[in-house]
Design a protein around this ligand. Structure first.
Ligand code: SAM
Ligand code: SF4
Length: 448
């Protein structure tokens, strides 16, 4: 068999942690002489970095693998690898289901990708899914240049929410040493990044496993000293781990985003108990009150799961009323997806799909109503925005975000027709003029 071309096509599914892992695997492959390509047809290696949080995410990958079957028949030297949470969850079973897959690489093993590929010279398949000491090493990452860099500061999760595969696919919580994170962020600023988003499944628990008193608040203080760094964000938080010290630190440090992605999941105590979330509705509301008292103007982004087993109309109404009470600044709403092997898989998935769908639509509508009302109140206000680049929906506009998480769009050309692209990566004042329930539109004062 001829040796496969050293070109890699990689597609990433799921969360920002996967995007960050993709950047690391690309760096490892580049060191081994691989070049990234944008089409399967040009690739000697096709990698899917997968998500296993919902069946829908896995179904997409199964679809891709089905399509690759014919291609592999025509090009037997094409190598196909699966990494990420689906690889970690299914392990050898993926090869049994898709024999044309060469490599199954777990969430702590992908840093060894070049060595694992080399093993394929002597073996038909390689399955590497052991958990290992990932945090001890400073891994380089190949990032596309831009404004924001994703920086994983911890991996894994020590919670065991009953619906969730993450504790199985990402293992136990492990934090990176703060000095290592600081070195990476300093290097990123030298490369031109002006914002970092610190990543962790429960990022507010950062430092616990280090056992030396380090926590997210102390890490934020350390990173805040780095000259040239304009914004620091972090996701995702668990409501139980947000301390007063963290809130006060966020409030005090001007370059730390006043934004918390802190999923509530449900507003019903019965459901929260079944989900193993370890807080009650009242605890969550107390947390929101505490955060607002210590950091006026803080924005909250939540996740909700609808149609979790046994969710009654009354449970669902409790979730809608929690939304009404808090008035979140943003929300993701997911229909419950049974994940084999999780504790909740022992409960019947008994909410009919049509009901899940209707509840999902109702919560999203409610969220959009809240957003629309909140945005309308901002008309005429001037907001400081870190400009991130061209707007996704309209190439003629630039977009950026407030120190919270408001997405604000303004014209790419000034009144005289000159490009404003030089503002990307800079902080500018934007006056808000109008809004939809999803986006705020404004302009720079010079054009008004
Ligand atoms: N670590 C974060 C946390 O604790 O909130 C998020 C982890 S998970 C990757 C992202 C979101 O997916 C969760 O907040 C939850 O709303 C949703 N999710 C997780 N498992 C799910 C499942 N089995 N079905 C539907 N949604 C799920
Ligand atoms: Fe999953 Fe719960 Fe851990 Fe979040 S806190 S990753 S939902 S187990």
């Amino acid at each position: 068999m001829s040796s496969p071309a050293k070109t890699v096509y990689i597609e990433t599914f799921g969360c920002q942690m996967n995007l960050a892992d993709t950047e690391v695997v690309l760096a490892r492959l580049s060191e081994a002489g691989y070049q990234r390509v944008d089409a399967v047809a040009d690739a000697g290696l096709v990698l899917y970095n997968t998500c296993a949080v919902r069946d829908h995410a896995e179904a997409k990958v199964r679809g891709r693998l089905g399509m690759l079957k014919g291609i592999k028949r025509k090009r037997p030297d094409l190598r196909i690898g699966i990494m990420g949470c689906m690889a970690q969850r299914e392990k050898q079973a993926l090869i049994e289901q898709f024999p044309h897959v060469d490599l199954v690489v777990g969430t702590d093993q992908f840093v060894r990708m070049p060595q694992l590929l080399a093993q394929l010279d002597a073996q038909d398949h390689v399955v590497a899914t052991d958990f290992g000491d990932f945090e001890g090493t400073q891994w380089t990452a190949t990032r596309r240049s831009g404004v924001n860099a994703w920086v994983p500061v911890m991996r894994g999760c020590n919670y065991n929410c009953t619906y969730c595969v993450v504790p199985f696919t990402r293992g136990k919580e492990k934090s990176r040493p703060p000095a290592q994170v600081e070195d990476e962020v300093r290097a990123l600023v030298d490369q031109g990044f002006v914002q970092v988003t610190l990543l962790g499944q429960t990022v507010d628990a950062y430092g616990k496993t280090l056992g030396d008193g380090t926590n997210l608040a102390s890490l934020l203080r350390r990173l805040h000293e780095i000259p040239g760094l304009k914004r620091i964000r972090f996701v995702t938080s668990h409501p139980k781990d947000i301390s007063d010290e963290l809130l006060d630190t966020m409030s005090e440090l001007p370059r730390v985003a006043k934004h918390l992605h802190v999923p509530a999941q449900s507003g019903s105590d019965r459901q929260l108990r079944l989900m193993g979330r370890r807080y009650t509705r009242a605890d969550y509301l107390r947390f929101v009150e505490r955060a607002r008292a210590r950091m006026p103007g803080v924005e909250f982004l939540s996740d909700f799961i609808v149609g979790f087993p046994r969710e009654s109309d009354e449970d669902f109404r409790d979730t809608a009323s929690l939304m009404d009470q808090v008035r979140f600044d943003g929300a993701y709403v997911f229909m419950y997806s049974l994940r084999p092997g999780t504790p909740a898989a022992n409960l019947a998935d008994d909410v009919p799909t049509a009901v899940k769908n209707a509840r999902c639509v109702e919560l999203l509508d409610l969220q959009l109503k809240h957003q629309g009302e909140a945005y309308a109140k901002l008309h005429g206000r001037s907001v400081e925005v870190l400009v991130e680049g061209a707007s996704k929906g309209d190439d003629g506009m630039l977009h950026g975000r407030s120190i919270g998480n408001l997405n604000i769009v303004f014209p790419r050309l000034d009144a005289a027709g000159a490009s404003r692209d030089h503002l990307v990566g800079q902080l500018v004042q934007v006056r808000i003029e109008r809004s939809t329930s999803l986006t705020l539109f404004g302009d720079l004062p010079e054009s008004l």
